[in-house]
Design a protein around this ligand. Structure first.
Ligand code: NAP
Ligand code: NAG
Length: 325
């Protein structure tokens, strides 16, 4: 004998079964399907945007620039590789020309050698870059140099050199290529900045200043060129495992020559390069590629500046003690 209450609960359970099988599951699959389709379409659009695009990469001889060259080449872009080290550029160019993607698309990369701290050479290089494929679709301002030292001991020449490489160089190159982009009503300018373009860390003054300037310049540019259908993307990564720390300059202009622990534990440049490709493909305007701690620091600087400043001061005291500088 089954009681009325048990029968009612049995009925309820059966009804629930019916709902989950008849409505929830298809709905769930539907959502996943729509999401998957959306992602696939986004991916296809991204691929189409980069395929055959003329992409110029500065600082392609090392670290993030070199990995960007590999990633954009694999995505079918036509590359113009820039740097000062001709041999390293040629070697990379040969590697990319021999890669499977290049076999299919037959795009041999071009190389343009110049020093970003020389404005005349940069303007001449821009003309050479335009001649490679007749136009530029994407300019990736990636080349850069870092710095270590106390402000009180640092010669002004060092401040200027960092600023010339990280700020005036990209600005000169961008200005030289911009008129042709405006004429075509098409183009995309990317600046590789840094978390240090958002916050100032002790003993990195010249570098942080150059990256803050970069962020501001390209934010202004974005607003000005929107009417010409030109995209501007500023990317601010946290530490990446490259030669940046090794190549950094010190207070007297000598090469630092040490890979700091923070850099050694940074993200792989290949991984960051894939994020750069995604940011470009999705036409992102501003991307912070950093973990929880640096991201929190960026927000803290805006929301609780007093707390941020005392944290930086205590960091400076600690570092000064450990390095006796
Ligand atoms: N590594 C990090 O932790 C990190 C974090 C955030 C942002 N970033 C940024 O990422 C970008 C790439 O740096 P990376 O980490 O890949 O460092 P990297 O391995 O030292 O590479 C720097 C590149 O810049 C080029 N370069 C330097 N000075 C130049 C000059 N005067 N003229 C022309 N090219 C010059 C170098 O090429 P040549 O020597 O052949 O000229 C090299 O290819 C930089 O803008 C850097 O600020 C790096
Ligand atoms: C520059 O400073 C470094 C220490 O940071 C020192 O080893 C080097 O001798 C100095 N070079 C010159 C030319 O003063």
């Amino acid at each position: 004998m089954v009681s009325a209450a048990t029968r009612r609960s049995l009925l309820k359970a059966r009804a629930m079964d019916l709902i989950t099988s008849a409505a929830i599951l298809p709905l769930l699959f539907g959502c996943v399907g729509v999401f998957g389709l959306f992602k696939l379409l986004q991916w296809l659009r991204m691929r189409a945007y980069v395929r055959d695009a003329v992409v110029v990469i500065t600082g392609a001889t090392s670290g993030l620039g070199r990995e960007c060259a590999r990633v954009f080449s694999a995505a079918g872009a036509r590359l113009v590789l820039c740097g000062r080290n001709a041999e390293a550029l040629e070697e990379l160019s040969r590697e990319l020309a021999a890669s499977p993607a290049a076999q299919v698309q037959a795009h041999k990369p071009h190389t343009v050698i110049f020093d970003l701290t020389d404005p005349g050479a940069t303007v001449r290089a821009a003309a050479q870059i335009l001649k490679c494929f007749g136009h530029v679709d994407v300019l990736i301002n990636n080349a850069g140099i870092s710095y270590r030292g106390t402000i009180v001991d640092t010669s002004l020449d060092v401040d200027k050199r960092v600023m010339e490489t990280n700020y005036f160089g990209p600005v000169a190159l961008t200005k030289a290529l911009l008129p042709s982009m405006i004429r075509r009503r098409q183009g995309h300018i990317v600046a590789i900045s840094s978390v240090q373009g958002r916050i100032g860390i002790p003993f990195r003054s010249a570098y942080a200043a150059s990256k803050h300037a970069t962020q501001a310049f390209f934010d202004c540019l974005r607003a000005e060129v929107e009417q010409h259908d030109i995209e501007v993307t500023v990317i601010s990564p946290g530490y990446i495992h490259t030669s940046l720390s090794l190549n950094a300059i010190t207070a007297n202009g000598s090469t630092y020559g040490v890979t700091d622990e923070t850099t050694a534990q940074g993200r792989s440049p290949a991984e960051v390069a894939r994020d750069v490709l995604a940011a470009v493909g999705k036409k992102k305007k501003d991307v912070l590629l950093a973990g929880l701690a640096p991201t929190s620091a960026v927000y803290l600087r805006t929301l609780a500046p007093g707390l941020f400043f005392s944290l930086m001061a205590s960091r400076a005291r600690k570092e000064r003690k450990s390095k006796h500088c």
